[in-house]
Design a protein around this ligand. Structure first.
Ligand code: CP
Length: 320
């Protein structure tokens, strides 16, 4: 049964939760990107609202820090006319030992219609989706090192916006791949959308060995990794997920894998530079690149609002 294989799809193959890009059919990804495009103009209106989630309650549950994702989910839900509640996890009863599922049960008793969840434990949004009432929808806003599907989708939206077609592209993802949920979501999206070549670039300690099985080219040399790339996606060092010393120093990392104008010159002249944020200037990216004319880092954030509006409106419109 389809539902058993992929809990984010109902028996008609429609999206009811967004938990991961892995296993999402290509047409579902395109539907989200196309829907996001229709919402982009809402952001330019004087009254930035549509009534699609009027009367619905969206609960933002961020058990890990966030600037971009939490804020753009809140903006997106408000632009869809939902009531939005941001649970202050640090001041919540989680600190008194309440379990995740008990918290969810209590918030469900307050008539929550959608949970947007960021958690340090991989799989936490899946657990919540399994225990919610059928009418409640769950969006994964980043779980451990597993997945960050809306970041992956807004990255695909950004690439499509600037490059139009995925099939002829070479995309290089550079930095701390092993700890990155964004890298995993981007790889699943890029391969599903038929990108010609996906490369991951980084030191051996920060690139997992099993990526070749996903059809990805692994490079441990920066110039080789970004040579003739159309898109360069930089990732920060995820120090909060590292155990032990995986690098000699941040300075050494910048020397070998930090994106400077000199290194970027090896990519195509019209290559775009992306980064999910937060950026660490002088560690994985030079300010001259982050603020340069090839950078689309801030447009990514803006597109994130429309993409999150698309995800929430689509899943809310489908029944379990
Ligand atoms: N890209 C991203 O997830 O950023 P935040 O951690 O600020 O949400």
């Amino acid at each position: 049964m389809l539902y058993k294989r992929n809990p984010q799809l109902n028996k008609n193959g429609e999206l009811i939760h967004l938990l991961s890009i892995e296993g999402l059919p290509r047409q579902v990804i395109h539907h989200i990107l196309d829907t996001a495009e229709t919402f982009l103009s809402v952001n330019d209106r004087e009254v930035k609202k549509v009534p699609l989630l009027r009367g619905k309650s969206v609960f933002n549950l961020f058990f890990e820090n966030s600037t971009r994702t939490r804020t753009t989910f809140e903006i997106a839900a408000k632009r869809l006319s939902a009531d939005v509640l941001n649970l202050d996890i640090a001041r919540s009863s989680t600190a008194k030992g309440e379990s995740l599922l008990d918290t969810i049960a209590n918030l469900s008793a307050m008539h929550a219609d959608m949970f947007v969840v960021r958690h340090s434990e991989s799989g936490a949004p899946y657990l919540i989706a399994q225990h919610c009432a059928p009418h409640v929808h769950v969006v994964n806003a980043g779980d451990g090192r597993h997945a960050h599907p809306t970041q992956g989708l807004l990255d695909m939206y950004t690439i499509r916006h600037y490059k139009k077609d995925f099939t002829g592209l070479t995309v290089a993802i550079v930095g701390d791949i092993v700890h990155s949920r964004v890298a995993r979501s981007d790889i699943h999206a890029l391969t599903t959308l038929g990108v010609a070549e996906v490369r991951v670039v980084g030191p051996k300690t920060l690139v997992p060995g099993d990526l070749k099985e996903m059809g990805v080219r692994v490079c441990h040399d920066m110039k080789e990794g970004i040579r003739d790339a159309d898109v360069v996606i930089m990732l920060r060092l995820q120090n909060e997920r590292m155990s032990g010393a995986l690098l000699p120093s941040a300075g050494e990392f910048f020397k070998n894998f930090g994106l400077t104008p000199e290194k970027l010159a090896h990519a195509k002249p019209d290559a775009i530079v992306m980064h999910p944020g937060p950026i660490n200037r002088g560690v994985e990216i030079d300010s001259a690149v982050a603020d340069g004319k090839q950078s689309v880092i801030l447009p990514q954030v803006t597109f994130g609002i429309a993409v999150r509006m698309a995800v929430m409106s689509i899943i809310a419109g489908n029944e379990a």
